[in-house]
Design a protein around this ligand. Structure first.
Ligand code: IYR
Length: 221
């Protein structure tokens, strides 16, 4: 069994006013984050993407197993392959695999099976969840709370992208197994999210949406 040791941990604290001010200004800044579907081809450095991934990897995870792999793709041929495979799946989705209600719910977003942004954008980050690890004997050891852990890491990745002044789309072409094949990922990894990252196109628009109010989303006891 792995033994663990503990080290001291402290953080700055704020008085009540400053705390409230920080909480408010962080909300206001986070509330400016929007999901984008129209990207510029302006390059973003690999160093930036590396830092974003490091930030995502600070997420908590079940038993600290860190059950994630982030594949960052800037290679144009690989982006083209991913676009073609994603569009093939999405074509089928939009032509029968998605229910009428689902299609109706998507109307305000004006999405369809075309995914040109998968080639335009400088980086695609494909997040894989690692459902098990192999121990020294080659036996499978399941990871814990993998969906929760990887979901948290993706949330932190989106926040890091926003903080860097970049934009992203949480894209889930489904089924996503084509990503396992194209990126040659091992059997313990499953695709979780495909996140194009870059600058917004100069004429980018986002739907005029409202977020639910605090009273709609919270209950205090
Ligand atoms: N994956 C498809 C459909 C889609 C589904 C949901 I739920 C969205 O919020 C947006 C799109 C696509 O990317 O077009």
């Amino acid at each position: 069994m792995q033994s663990s040791s503990f080290i001291p941990y402290t953080r700055p604290t704020y008085d009540a006013d400053e705390m409230l001010e920080r909480a408010k200004s962080h909300y206001e800044w986070m509330n400016q984050r929007r999901t984008l579907r129209e990207f510029s081809d302006r390059p973003v450095s690999k160093e930036v993407i590396e830092q974003l991934i490091l930030t995502a990897s600070t997420a908590p995870s079940g038993a600290h197993k860190q059950p994630w792999t982030f594949c960052a793709i800037s290679n144009p041929e690989m982006k083209k392959k991913i676009r073609e495979a994603a569009e093939e799946e999405e074509y089928t989705n939009y032509h029968g695999r998605m229910s009428d209600t689902w299609l109706k719910d998507l109307e305000p977003f004006e999405t369809d099976w075309h995914k040109p942004f998968l080639e335009t954008v400088p980086w695609l980050i494909v997040v894989f969840r690692r459902i098990y690890e192999l121990d020294e004997e080659g036996a499978k050891q399941n990871n814990y709370y993998v969906n929760e852990s990887v979901g948290l890491a993706c949330g932190m990745l989106l926040e890091a992208i926003h903080y860097a002044g970049l934009v992203a789309l949480t894209h889930t072409p489904s089924p996503m197994n084509f990503l396992t094949k194209l990126l040659d990922r091992p059997a313990n990894e499953r695709p979780y999210l495909l996140i194009p990252v870059g600058y917004p196109a100069s004429d980018a628009k986002v739907p005029d949406l409202e977020r639910k109010s605090l009273s709609d989303i919270s209950v205090f006891y």
